[in-house]
Ligand binder design. Structure first.
Ligand SMILES: Nc1ncnc2c1ncn2[C@@H]1O[C@H](COP(=O)(O)OP(=O)(O)OP(=O)(O)O)[C@@H](O)[C@H]1O
Length: 720
């Protein structure tokens, strides 16, 4: 709800600012990302008007309370959240004059008249909760919901106490009602136990509902965390098996399921087992010895089972994840597999994995089946022992028949749910444990420094690239794929990168884009270590079209406007006309609303590249990094697309483009020739082109590759 309305001082009319809007702006300014659902809990809350609103909001969100600045803030204390009695909540960047504040997201300044309140806020980082491993992510999510969980715990306590009511009821029936034919007592007891049962039902249902509701929230929070974490993993550190990694991430559902299935509350029943043994001792005396013996046996059996299945569950889980990876790979590469008659090869790998899973799962299944029978036998033995020994005690007058019956009911309560569900629970926990281990592996992968809190957020990046002693190697690679001692690219330069296949051109572009972090050396852009610049700022400044331009599931419009925000259809069509994408759009009955399938299926390779180029033209970055963007375009479309890019470059823009098409060098100032991950030559593009043409002409009769194709040999020759 709006907290205040009014105007910002004398500098113009403003709409009223809400706390949520101010927090969003503040987080952006200080470089913290808010999780997508950060304000979900605020929607149902009623927030007070006025300055108290912020403390209520931080309380609901579980953040540290905001710190109010006393008096007039110093310049070094900005940015600050501001509450103005007239204009509501906003964010002040800095003083713009002695009595005016420069406001974030607002064009006019706020007049300071001493009535404003200033706050500094500690915005938690959504990825920070990952410190301490995957288990701690779940644990923190649970602990944030202490209140409902305490209530669920209390419901467990009461429900357990109420089970005593039925046993005591039976005892009274046998000891008082039947011998004395006391029907009044029967009526009172039955009504009493009836109430107890209704209460028990209510409490158990309440507990189940509470757990389910909280489990859903925990699920949303935890899955959001792992999704964000997976997105933030440094691209160069990603494991190659995407399908396997997806399966590992899905393991979180298994952990969540175990946590929400009420199994945790089954463990909460454990202390009650001790209490029930105490009650049996009170009613049945020596009979308590039976559960005192049977309960530890059950627990030891459970411990033994968990040890037996641990190894098998871990291995079965690993193979299961690989199986998922293989499934994804075989579906993704189905054309290649089919065209090369690789079906049987894939099938053989699949069957091997299935056999592997069965091999590891078999001992788990066997152990849990045997344990199930053992637990049920233990339960029956303990029943027979209670009844047999109890009958002797009753016959010899040491306990009443009612007490015997009550003891057998209570003993059933000890052994019943706890013991009968134990094997299942242990197997579930075994798998959840290995899922947690897999999640820990993902958590241990390095994340992009730019995704971390504290990344640089410059308003403006001015200047060119300065690459200093950069060394980059892919994980587990034998040798580096890129070694660049020194490379400077000034604003306004158009640089082509050429070289044979696998010479390191794409890697250079990825390192320049900041998507890959060098293992040694630095890439500076405008004097800033680019790896330290916040991701959103970096992406806005640097545009990159990958060699394999992939699209995502959604409409063509979604794909063109991805990451750009508000972009009108008119703007899209204007750019599309320049690059000839308009012809692709016109050929579709749905136009921009055309549905694109995963990975860009539905469009041809060339069309996909063209969408990538158009996206960049709409984003209007200062730095353009293009990896063979026109390799699959026809001549006319290529010319149109490159002309459109040319037209958008100004004297401060940088263009670095990888290409195998030598004639395109005429469009560039400079050309870098690469081989073996190194820059062999860095020269004016026209010189390289002239040299190339000169060398090509006499060699034509020797059946060399067609002009315009760069090979390792030709590059070697140029460089020499
Ligand atoms: N994901 C990866 N993991 C391991 N090694 C890789 C990976 N990608 C590339 N390489 C290796 O790094 C080297 C440089 O590859 P890069 O893709 O930069 O070459 P390129 O010059 O762009 O080649 P092309 O012209 O074929 O696109 C190659 O030797 C390649 O084998």
């Amino acid at each position: 709800m709006p907290l205040a309305t009014g105007q910002f001082g004398s500098f113009g009319t403003m709409s009223s600012g809400t706390i949520e809007g101010a927090i969003r702006n503040y987080a952006r300014l200080i470089g913290k990302q808010l999780s997508p659902h950060w304000n979900a809990e605020l929607r149902e809350a009623s927030l007070p008007d006025g300055v108290e609103g912020l403390s209520v909001v931080t309380g609901i969100l579980g953040w540290q309370p905001a710190r109010e600045i006393e008096g007039k803030p110093r310049p070094d204390q900005f940015p600050l959240v501001v509450y103005d009695p007239d204009a509501g909540w906003a964010v002040a960047r800095q003083w713009s004059s002695e009595h005016a504040l420069d406001m974030a997201g607002r064009r006019s300044a706020l007049t300071y008249d001493g009535r404003q309140h200033f706050f500094s806020l500690a915005v938690p980082d959504p990825l920070a909760s990952g410190e301490g491993g995957a288990g701690s992510v779940f644990w923190r999510a649970i602990m944030r919901r202490k209140q409902p969980l305490v209530m669920a715990g209390l419901a467990t306590v009461f429900a357990n106490l109420l089970t005593l009511a039925t046993s005591l009821y039976s005892m009274q029936l046998y000891d008082r009602v039947i011998p004395l034919a006391s029907f009044d007592t029967l009526l009172v007891l039955t009504v009493g136990v009836g109430f107890a049962l209704v209460l028990d039902l209510t409490l158990r249902s309440l507990r189940a509902l509470l757990i389910e509701r909280e489990a859903q929230d925990i699920d949303a929070e935890v899955s959001e965390f792992f999704f964000a974490r997976a997105q933030a993993i440094r691209l160069d550190a990603r494991p190659p098996g995407i399908g396997t990694m997806a399966a590992q991430l899905r393991g979180q559902e298994q952990v969540r399921q175990v946590m929400s299935s009420g199994s945790l509350f089954l463990l909460a029943d454990l202390p009650f087992a001790l209490f029930f043994i105490f009650v049996i001792a009170m009613i049945g005396g020596q009979l308590a010895i039976i559960p005192i013996i049977s309960l530890p046996i059950a627990l030891l059996l459970a411990l033994f089972l968990s040890l037996v299945i641990r190894k098998g569950a871990d291995r079965a889980q690993l193979s299961g994840n690989r199986k998922n990876g293989m499934l994804v790979e075989s579906l993704d590469a189905s054309e290649t597999v089919r065209a090369n008659r690789g079906g049987w090869f894939m099938m053989a790998r699949w069957n091997t994995l299935v056999r592997e899973i069965n091999h590891y799962e078999l001992p788990v299944k066997k152990a849990s089946a045997v344990a199930g029978s053992l637990f049920s036998t233990l339960q029956q033995i303990s029943y027979v022992a209670i009844m047999g020994w109890g009958a002797y005690l009753a016959a010899t007058g040491q306990i009443t028949t009612g007490a015997l019956l009550a003891c057998s009911i209570i003993a059933g309560r000890i052994n019943g749910p706890l013991v009968s569900q134990m094997p299942n629970l242990i197997v579930q926990w075994g798998y959840a444990r290995s899922s947690l281990q897999a999640l820990d592996t993902i958590m241990s992968l390095p994340i992009d420094p730019a995704s971390r809190a504290g990344a640089l957020r410059p308003d403006l990046i001015e200047g060119g690239f300065d690459v200093q002693n950069v060394l980059f190697a892919y994980p587990k690679a034998q040798r580096p794929s890129l070694e660049v001692e020194k490379l400077a690219i000034r604003p306004g330069e158009r640089v082509a990168v050429i070289g044979g296949i696998g010479s390191g051109k794409s890697t250079l572009l990825k390192v320049l884009s900041g998507l890959y972090t060098p293992i040694e050396g630095r890439v500076l852009l405008g004097g800033l270590d680019f790896a330290q610049v916040a991701d959103d700022i970096a992406r806005r400044h640097v545009g990159y079209v990958a060699q394999d331009a992939r699209l995502v599931n959604g409409t063509l419009r979604d794909n063109l406007a991805m990451g750009i925000g508000d972009v009108s259809d008119t703007a899209i069509m204007e750019v599309a006309r320049k690059t000839r994408l308009d012809q692709v759009i016109a050929a579709q009955s749905d136009g921009l609303a055309m549905q694109i399938q995963e990975g860009g299926r539905g469009l041809s390779g060339g069309q996909r590249s063209l969408v990538g180029i158009n996206r960049l033209l709409l984003a209007q970055p200062k730095v353009w990094l293009l990896d063979e963007p026109t390799s699959s375009l026809d001549q006319n479309t290529e010319t149109a697309a490159l002309d459109a890019i040319d037209a958008q470059l100004d004297e401060n823009s940088i263009l670095v483009m990888v290409t195998h098409k030598m004639p395109l060098l005429s469009r560039f100032d400079r050309a870098l020739v690469m081989a073996d991950g190194k820059i062999l030559s860095d020269a004016p593009a026209r010189d390289i082109l002239r040299e190339f043409v000169a060398r090509q002409v006499p060699q034509k009769p020797q059946a060399e590759p067609p002009a315009g194709t760069v090979t390792s040999r030709s590059i070697g020759r140029q460089a020499s």
